[in-house]
Design a protein. Structure first.
Length: 329
């Protein structure tokens, strides 16, 4: 093989490889770019992630949120609740559906337990009725936004006593920072301002399913693996004598098997959470389908056109040189 032919193959290699390299580099830039792949495109994917089909139930939507992550630290979760109950008031009327799920997070290289709380089908007018107040305060309550839910979790001793001493740990539910992604369309109102139907003001907000979590770091948190879950309702616009939002207990329920030790739980078949990072999902596949393939193709075509033009010019020049040499001979 003569030198001219070797040179031709080397140039041909670069003519083909340079457009490919350019396509990969541009695609990689698009994916890693703070403005695009980690910015507007990621935000669009996240927005689409929480777009649901019309036949999705509220529970299925909540499961999508649990997959995304009610927080960024639980890595595994059970998609079947170990506690599921329609909570009723003293008159036997439905207040809300409460479901509790187990999840696993890691702390100091050890698997720990946390519990995911989901509320839906909330009957806000019934929560308003739970406040035992005079007529003046009642009018304020009826004009205010619908109540907000809060939860305390108390230990129950082996003797069956609810432990409420101030020096003993009391679990308090932490509500998720994504609690405003699942509207509660089965609630008795559509908007937090206490009405249903068409939106009256631009500032009015839909009612959303309260989603929260309770982390257990201490494996001795509960001596009996039994807790009392106390649910309260509060109204921020109406204040008590201490200038705090007026609050009342609306329900309490005893929950068994509220394990504090992960060794008591078989979580081999738990589902993986995205931990609020959708790059752990099919984000790259979606990104390639919608953006990366065509920006990479454009880079490939442009660089390919340039390199191929140089290659054709080189071939023409080489052919001309050979022909000149032959004429001189």
């Amino acid at each position: 093989m003569n030198k001219a032919l070797i040179k031709k193959y080397i140039l041909l290699f670069f003519v083909i490889s340079l457009p490919l390299v350019a396509a990969v580099l541009i695609g990689n830039y698009g994916y890693r770019s703070e403005k695009f792949g980690q910015g507007v495109w990621y935000d669009k994917y996240k927005q689409n992630f929480f777009v649901f089909e019309e036949d999705f139930t509220t529970r299925e939507k909540i499961h999508r949120a649990m997959k995304y992550g009610l927080n960024s630290h639980y890595k595994l979760y059970d998609d079947e609740p170990f506690f599921s109950e329609t909570i009723k008031n003293e008159q036997g009327e439905d207040l809300f559906m409460l479901e509790i799920y187990r999840a696993i997070f890691q702390a100091q290289d050890q698997d720990k337990v946390e519990y995911l709380y989901t509320f839906y089908n909330v009957q806000y007018f019934k929560l308003r009725d739970a406040f035992d107040v005079d007529s003046g305060v009642r009018q304020q309550i009826d004009k205010a936004n619908v109540p907000e839910i809060s939860v305390n979790i108390y230990k129950i001793s082996e003797e069956g006593k609810v432990i409420r001493e101030p020096d003993r740990e009391i679990g308090m539910l932490t509500f998720s920072d994504i609690r405003t992604v699942i509207p509660d369309y089965d609630a008795d109102v559509d908007f937090q301002q206490g009405y249903s139907g068409d939106k009256r003001k631009d500032t009015d907000e839909l009612v959303y399913c309260p989603l929260g979590f309770h982390r257990i770091v201490d494996t001795e948190w509960s001596e009996s693996d039994k807790v009392l879950v106390e649910v309260s309702a509060s109204i921020n616009e109406v204040r008590d004598e201490n200038n705090q939002p007026i609050q009342t207990k609306v329900a309490e329920v005893e929950v068994d098997n509220y394990y504090s030790d992960s060794e008591k739980i078989d979580y081999q078949n738990y589902k993986a959470s995205y931990m609020q990072n959708l790059k752990n999902s099919d984000y790259f596949k979606w990104l390639f389908k919608h953006y990366l393939w065509w920006i990479s193709l454009i880079a490939f075509v442009i660089v390919g056109f340039i390199t191929f033009s140089f290659y054709i010019a080189w071939l023409a020049e080489t052919a001309s040189t050979i022909k000149t040499k032959k004429v001189k001979k």
